[in-house]
Structures are given as C-alpha cells and as structure tokens.
Design a protein around this ligand. Structure first.
Ligand SMILES: Cc1ncc(COP(=O)(O)O)c(C=O)c1O
Length: 430
C-alpha cells in the first residue's frame, strides 16, 4: 500500500526546529580563543545565504522556486506501508517507510545538495568541494551542481573508493572530479599518506581535505552533506511530506526511526513530528536514532566540544563525539562512519527527547535481506540500521499484542552496494 502526494502538495517551506530547542544551541567556537565564532568568519567556506540559514531562528524558510523545480524530478516521495514485512513478522504493528531512494542519485542527500548548489550559484561561487563516505553524498552533489553550472570536486574515503567503484563512476558521469582520500593533493591528505600509503581514510580526514581546498581559493566553497543546521533544515521536506501522508490515512506514528551518520535523514524525517512532542500535542511518540556498533557516536560518545574534521580546520562544535581522530573500522555503511553528530540532534538527545541504539553489521544486513525479500527494495547498508530497529519494535508489538504505528526513513537504495550483500550472504562479513 502506497500513499502518494501530488506535485502541488510538495512542501513550499522547510521547517526549522531551532525555535523549539529547550535551550539555545551551544555556539560553534573558535578553537584557539574558545570564543563563539562570528558567522562572517564562516564566509571563507560557505556562502552568505547558507550561513544565514545556519543561524536562523525563523521557524519556516521558503524553498526557492529553482530548488522546487529540481525537487519535482522525484519529489514528493512515496510513503509505503510494508505489509509483507508485517506479515513476515506476524506483527499487529503498522509499518510505514518514507522512500528516499527514488531520487536520481538514490538517497535523501540531493534534498540538501540541490539547495546548497542553488545558494552557492546565486552567491557567485564557481566550484564546490566536498567529502563523501559511501559515495551517496558525493554523487548527490555532483548531480546537483550540474543543474546550476558549478564544478564539483569530491574527496572520497579510500575504503569506499575501493568498495564502491560504481559510485565513483556515477560522480564522474555527472561531471565531478573524484579523489581517493587521503589524497596527495592536500597537506592534510599527505600527512596521513606518510603514516600509511594505503590509509583507509575517514570522513573526518576527507572533510579536512575538502575544506583545505575551499580555503585556498576565493571562488571555491565547501558543501557538507550532513551535521550542520542548514543541512537538517533542507531535509525536513521528508518529514513534512510524511506528516501530510500520515494525515491522509488518519494516522500518527508511535515510533519514528532512522539511521544516523551525521544525523540528516533521521532529523529530516523526525523534526516535523518532534515539534509535536516538544509542544506537548503528541507527547508519546518515541524517536529512535540507530547507529553502527563500529561507530557508536550517540550510545558511547561524549557530549563535548570537538572538531568536525580530523585535522582541526572546522570550528569547535558541541556534539556527541568519539574524538576527532577516531578512525572507524571499514564497515560497509560508509555513510555512518563519522566520529560526531549533528549539534541539533545531539541537543535533543542530551535532553532525552530522542533514544539511540547501536547494532552490529551482521544484524543490520540480516534485517536488510529480510526487507529485500518481503518488500522488494534492496536498502542502502546505512538504511538497514533503521530496518533492524523497526523489526525489533515490530516483534515487541507482536509479543505484547499492541498495534503501534512505526514510521521509518528508507534513506536510500543499495543497488550500488551489492558486493556488501554478497559478502553477507557468503558469510564473510566481519
Ligand atoms: C543512504 C544513506 N543513509 C544515511 C546516511 C547517513 O547520513 P545522515 O545521518 O546524514 O542521514 C548516508 C550517508 O552517506 C546515506 O548515504
């Protein structure tokens, strides 16, 4: 069962949760002076309209026409009831997923990539640099920059560069230059290559490389695929659509679930619903952020100021962190290998509005295979984390004979990740 919205129902505004924070977000600090960084200082890496959104306390922000036009290539995305999965689990729970894999790059990432490319274009920027883990973000930015005539350079974490050649090819097809990170093209990259010629890389290192590039040149800026407030803002188009789709069914979720790397797909789905918990309208909904045991930022990290990258080029931001020098093992969910997490999400987690759980790689792939067998779609390795939690919740509903409504974000498809599924099925996944 699938619930579609018409093109006219595509949200015209993004939702900013900042006005609903229980206390103001701890500001980004200059790591040297430990003083709040004035927004203007960020102009070296981000264009002005993005910085305005980063610090905005306006609840609603209009989505520009040009962005809506590109969104309409795949949005609104479907909300689907996973009836076959429900039957397989013999659960009275109603399971719904918002399917973001219908975008041309195959995930939720273009929701922000298109917006960022647009704002950089109107600010006169010529080139965007970025990092990518699994290749989903890099391919989304490559896709988006094409529409606005920008060049795109992507530092791809070496593990993924090797594991996912098709993602690299897709980025190149959309006109991007792709480098395995650490690369020999930046000071940051060379530093890590000296330690180990085959360094597996990490998102933190790739971010350092991309930022270094942006700092070198006036007409080059940096684009981040997660973590920051403006990225989470752009992703709320997911939750706003889902809210309308659930309304059409006369339902409201008891559980909202998403996988968490930097926090953007989960926040994008959750924040419009979380607002109703914060206002007291819907106090009982539980929000579950799901992460890998190999990179357990929320469940094992500390809530403190840390760098967003490995080398220390970013401001100090307050978040749950495993430490900026943490290099996670090379799991297949490349997009979840980040030492930190979105400050907005961390603040709500810290105040116990959200819950978190970590799973092993084998457990999430087993849930991913069950989903593929019952619902047909092969989920991205990242998204299988959310599915594993959904399966557990649905089984709990079966045990307790309660008919709860579960909503999760199927943040992407896994058709470029079949070798990971192959490893799982052959029993060679560590
Ligand atoms: C399909 C998919 N889901 C989830 C993520 C995790 O990122 P975030 O937590 O920002 O949604 C990624 C990151 O690359 C991804 O590609």
């Amino acid at each position: 069962m699938r619930i579609d919205l018409s093109q006219e129902e595509l949200p015209k505004r993004w939702f900013n949760i900042a006005p609903y924070l229980p206390e103001p977000l701890p500001p980004p600090l200059d790591p040297k002076t430990k003083q709040p960084i004035p927004p203007e200082k960020l102009l070296a890496i981000f264009p002005e309209p993005i910085i305005e959104q980063e610090v905005s306390d306006k609840e609603w922000i209009d989505i520009p026409e040009e962005v809506l036009e590109v969104y309409s290539l795949w949005r609104p995305t479907p909300l689907v009831r996973a009836l076959n999965l429900e039957r397989a689990l013999n659960t009275p729970a109603k399971i719904f997923y918002k399917y973001e894999g219908v975008s041309p790059p195959g995930s939720h990432k273009p929701n922000t990539a298109v917006a960022q490319a647009y704002y950089n274009r109107i600010a006169g920027v010529k080139r965007l640099t970025t990092e990518t883990g699994a290749g989903q973000w890099g391919s989304s930015l490559a896709f988006a920059t094409q529409f606005f005539g920008l060049e795109c350079e992507v530092f791809m974490v070496r593990t993924s560069f090797k594991q996912k050649p098709y993602r690299r090819i897709l980025m190149e097809l959309w006109g991007a230059k792709v480098l395995a990170s650490p690369s020999s093209e930046t000071n940051a990259g060379r530093r890590f290559l000296e330690e180990d010629k085959e360094h597996p890389g990490s998102l933190g290192i790739a971010i350092s490389e991309a930022i270094e590039r942006a700092l070198e040149s006036k007409d080059t800026k940096y684009a981040l695929g997660s973590v920051l407030n403006h990225v989470l803002l752009h992703q709320t188009v997911i939750g706003l659509e889902a809210e309308l789709q659930m309304q059409k069914l006369g339902l409201y979720p008891d559980y909202v679930v998403g996988c968490v790397g930097g926090g953007s797909n989960f926040a994008g789905l959750a924040f419009p619903f979380l607002k109703h918990k914060l206002t007291g309208d819907k106090p009982h909904t539980e929000f579950w952020a799901v992460e890998p045991e190999a990179c357990p930022t929320l469940t094992k990290g500390e809530y403190r100021y840390d760098y967003g990258d490995t080398v220390g080029l970013t401001p100090f931001i307050k978040m749950y962190t495993l430490g900026a020098d943490f290099v996670p093992p090379p799991i297949h969910a490349g997009g979840l290998r980040y030492h930190g997490n979105a400050p907005l999400l961390c603040a709500f987690y810290h105040h116990e509005y959200l819950k978190a759980q970590a799973y092993s790689q084998r457990d999430v792939f087993s849930a991913g295979v069950l989903f593929a067998k019952t619902e047909g779609i092969v989920p991205a390795p990242e998204s299988t984390h959310a599915i594993k939690k959904v399966v557990d919740l649905a089984l709990e509903c079966a045990k307790n004979r309660v008919e709860k409504v579960i909503l999760f974000n199927l943040s992407g498809h896994g058709y470029f990740d079949l070798s990971a599924y192959d490893s799982y099925m052959r029993g060679v996944l560590e």
